[in-house]
Design a protein around this ligand. Structure first.
Ligand code: PLP
Length: 387
C-alpha cells in the first residue's frame, strides 16, 4: 500500500470530535484550563477520578486522550519535556538494563544514556540500524529495549520499523520509537509493532515554539499502568497550562504539518542539485538512500531537510547570516522556519567520535520548514547560498 493512502482525512474529524465533542448542554465549548492542584474529596477513603494535579488533571487528561488517539494507542502520558518522557521509558526497564540503539540518535537521548544510565550500570550497544543483521546480532545477547528514531535527527535516515519490531519481539525486548520528526501524521509506530512511542511535544505537536513537553504512548494496558505509576511517583508531569497549550495546538496540527511537509518537499527538490551543497537529505527525494522504505512506511516525509555545505563552516556562517527567512535556533517544528547547526547545537554534547560515526559534520545545517510560502523560502535559501 502506498503509505499516503493511510491518510484519508478521517483522522482530522475524529481529532476535532475528541477535542471538542465531550460537552454537555451549558458547558463551555472550548476546554477550560483547570489550574487547581486540589480536588474536593467526597469522603474519607473514597477514591475519585481527580484528587491532586500530580496524579491526575482534567486538562492533562484531555490532551492525553487526543495523543493516544493520534498514535493508535490505548493510553498516553505527558511529561514536562521530551527528554523527561524518554527518561520515563528507561525507568520501565530493570536496573542495569541492556539496550540497542542506532548510531544516529538525538544528542539529548545519547547524553541521557551516556551520562545518567551507563554510570548506573546500563549497557548501551550502538549499531547501524540500516543493517538489520547487525541489530539482530546485537540483540541476540539478551536485551531489554530496542530504541530508535526514524527519520533520525539530523540526517533523516529512515529505519524499517516493522522489521525492527520483529527483532525486538524475537529477543523478548520492548521496542520504542521516538516519533518526534515523523509525527503521528507521518507514521504510527504502534501500528507497525512498536510497544512505546515517544514525543517531544515541544516540536510539531506543540507547533508554536511556546511550550516544552513530552509524551509516551502505549497500546498495552499493563505497560500503561506502569507508566501511570511512574508519572504519579516521579511527578515530572506536564503542567495544566502547557497541557492546555498543547491541546489547543493539536486542533491545527494536521493542517500545519501537512503544509510544512508539502513545503519541505518543494524546497528539497529545489535544492537537490544546488552546486554549493554536497548533501541534501530529505526522505521524500528519490535519491535519498531510504526513499523506497520511506514511501512504504510514511504518509508524509516530514518537514526537516538537512543540507551540507561544500564550503564547510565558513560558508555556512555566511548562509545563516544572509538568510532573511530562517532564524538560527535550537528547536524545530515551529510556525517560523529555523536553521539548526547540529554539530554545535542539538548534537554538541555528543563525543566527537560518536558524532563522526553518526555522519554529522560541521558543514551540516538542519532546516525546519515553517508555515511561510515555500517559493519564498526557496528563493531566500538560493540567495543565501550564493557564493
Ligand atoms: N527527541 C528528538 C528527536 C528531539 O529532536 C528532541 C529535541 O530536540 C527531543 C527528543 C527532546 O525533546 P525536549 O527538547 O522537548 O526535551
Amino acid at each position: 500500500m502506498e503509505a499516503a493512502d493511510k491518510d484519508d482525512g478521517a483522522l482530522e474529524s475524529r481529532l476535532i470530535e475528541i477535542l471538542f465533542g465531550e460537552v454537555e448542554p451549558g458547558d463551555p465549548l472550548s476546554p477550560p484550563i483547570v489550574l487547581s492542584t486540589n480536588f474536593k474529596h467526597g469522603g474519607v477513603g473514597e477514591s475519585w477520578e481527580y484528587s491532586y494535579t500530580r496524579t491526575g488533571n482534567p486538562s492533562r487528561a484531555r490532551l492525553e486522550r487526543a495523543l493516544a488517539f493520534l498514535e493508535s494507542g490505548s493510553s498516553a502520558y505527558s511529561f514536562s519535556s521530551g527528554v523527561a518522557a524518554m527518561a520515563m521509558v528507561f525507568r520501565l526497564l530493570p536496573p542495569r538494563f541492556r539496550t540497542v540503539v542506532p548510531n544516529e540518535l538525538y544528542g539529548g537521548t545519547e547524553r541521557l544514556l551516556r551520562t545518567l544510565e551507563v554510570p548506573l550500570g546500563a549497557e548501551v550497544r550502538s549499531v547501524d540500524f540500516g543493517d538489520l543483521a547487525a541489530v539482530r546480532d546485537a540483540a541476540s545477547d539478551g536485551v531489554d529495549l530496542i530504541l530508535t528514531e526514524s527519520p533520525t535527527n539530523p540526517r533523516l535516515t529512515v529505519y524499517d520499523l516493522a522489521a525492527l519490531s520483529k527483532i525486538a519481539k524475537d529477543a523478548g525486548a520492548l521496542f520504542a520509537v521516538d516519533n518526534t520528526f515523523a509525527t503521528p501524521l507521518g507514521q504510527r509506530p504502534l501500528e507497525l509493532g512498536a510497544d512505546l512511542v515517544i514525543h517531544s511535544l515541544t516540536k510539531y505537536l506543540g507547533g508554536h515554539g511556546d511550550l516544552l513537553g513530552g509524551a509516551v504512548i502505549v497500546r498495552d494496558e499493563a505497560l500503561g499502568k506502569r507508566l501511570l505509576r511512574l508519572q504519579r511517583s516521579i511527578g515530572a508531569v506536564l503542567s495544566p497550562f502547557d497541557s492546555f497549550l498543547a491541546t489547543r495546538s493539536l486542533v491545527s496540527f494536521p493542517l500545519r504539518f501537512r503544509r510544512q511537509a508539502e513545503s519541505a518537499k518543494i524546497i528539497a527538490e529545489g535544492l537537490r542539485d544546488h552546486p554549493a551543497l554536497s548533501e541534501v537529505l530529505y526522505p521524500g527525494l528519490r535519491n535519498h538512500p531510504n526513499h523506497q522504505l520511506a514511501r512504504k512506511q510514511m504518509a508524509y516525509f516530514g518537514a526537516i531537510i538537512t543540507i551540507e555545505h561544500q564550503g564547510g563552516l565558513e560558508a555556512l556562517h555566511r548562509t545563516i547570516k544572509r538568510s532573511r527567512r530562517f532564524t538560527l535556533a535550537e528547536g524545530l517544528g515551529s510556525a517560523e522556519s529555523l536553521f539548526g547547526h547540529p554539530a554545535t547545537m542539538s548534537h554538541a554534547t555528543m563525543p566527537a567520535e560518536t558524532r563522526e560515526r553518526a555522519g554529522i559534520r560541521e558543514g551540516h545545517l538542519r532546516l525546519s520548514i515553517g508555515l511561510e510560502d515555500p517559493a519564498d523560502l526557496l528563493r531566500d535559501l538560493q540567495m543565501a547560498l550564493e557564493p
